[in-house]
Ligand binder design. Structure first.
Ligand code: PGA
Length: 266
């Protein structure tokens, strides 16, 4: 991940996914609250992903602060007759560094398949963005003992053909669908097991140490109360936070928990 600071371990990143919340003015106010809290200089990378109409105002509020801006989706084409869509170059131009790709609310709510997610990952990289690639099983898949199979399929479809350098310039978010917005957080053991499946798959598909190097976030009902326990798990390289990222104080507690034990690179 070239633009991130060097840590003695994989970088920790806490990214807030604001989903379909916050107007431009509300988003700007939240961003300003976060910038105030940033005076404490936590040892972790931070990103927020507002809805499209708030990107510009939030970008201005975050300029020069070190908090990264991300978007929640992009179209695979850089431009064209795609009514209602937004492209990577547009996101880069407004100051985005990250873009969420393949979130479960798009896979399951908007019919995005593995091939589309793979195209979006590549489009993001073509357009100079770091994709946060979401993978995760549904409850019936977990209960049917198919978690590993689903993760292998999703990771393989997204990363097949990428080299180790391109892979390292992405972030993966493991987000079990049953944990998103439900208050039912995965246990650290469940998260670790799934992260290890993702790492083993990357090692097989990409090779060259890609699995070990990969930054993998956990997402799904992360909040100020459970963050410390999750981050005690060494295999978690950060979190993708939905609901709790809409409140500056709650988000900041998660950032602080992620930063505990981190030291800047030597
Ligand atoms: P949640 O959402 O934290 O509200 O569960 C996480 C996500 O969808 O990224």
């Amino acid at each position: 991940m070239p633009e991130m600071r060097a840590w003695p371990r994989r970088p920790r990143l806490v990214a807030g996914n604001w989903k379909m919340h916050k107007t431009a003015r509300e988003g700007e106010a939240l961003a300003r609250e976060l910038v105030e809290l940033l005076r404490a200089r936590p040892y972790t990378e931070i990103a927020v992903c507002p809805a499209f109409p708030a990107l510009e105002a939030v970008s201005r509020a975050l300029a020069g602060t070190g908090i990264h801006l991300g978007a929640q989706n992009l179209h695979p084409e850089p431009q064209g007759a795609f009514t209602g869509e937004v492209s990577g170059p547009m996101l880069a131009a407004v100051g985005c560094r990250f873009v969420v790709v393949g979130h479960s609310e798009r896979r399951h709510g908007m019919g995005e398949d593995d091939a589309t997610v793979a195209r979006k990952l590549r489009a993001a990289q073509r357009d100079g963005l770091v994709p946060i690639v979401c993978v995760g099983e549904t409850l019936p898949e977990r209960e049917g003992g198919r978690t590993a199979e689903v993760l292998v399929r999703q990771v393989q479809a997204a990363y097949e053909g990428l080299d180790a350098g391109a892979t390292a310039a992405t972030v993966i978010a493991y987000e079990p669908v049953w944990a998103i917005g439900t208050g039912k957080v995965a246990t650290p053991e469940q998260a670790r097991e799934s992260h290890q499946v993702v790492r083993a798959t990357l090692e097989r598909v990409v090779g060259a140490g890609a699995g070990e190097r990969q930054t993998i976030l956990y997402g799904g009902s992360v909040n100020a109360g459970n963050a410390a326990e999750l981050f005690a798990e060494n295999d978690l390289d950060g979190a993708l936070v939905g609901g709790a990222s809409l409140d500056a104080t709650a988000f900041w507690k998660i950032v602080t928990a992620a930063a505990a034990g981190q030291r800047p690179g030597r």
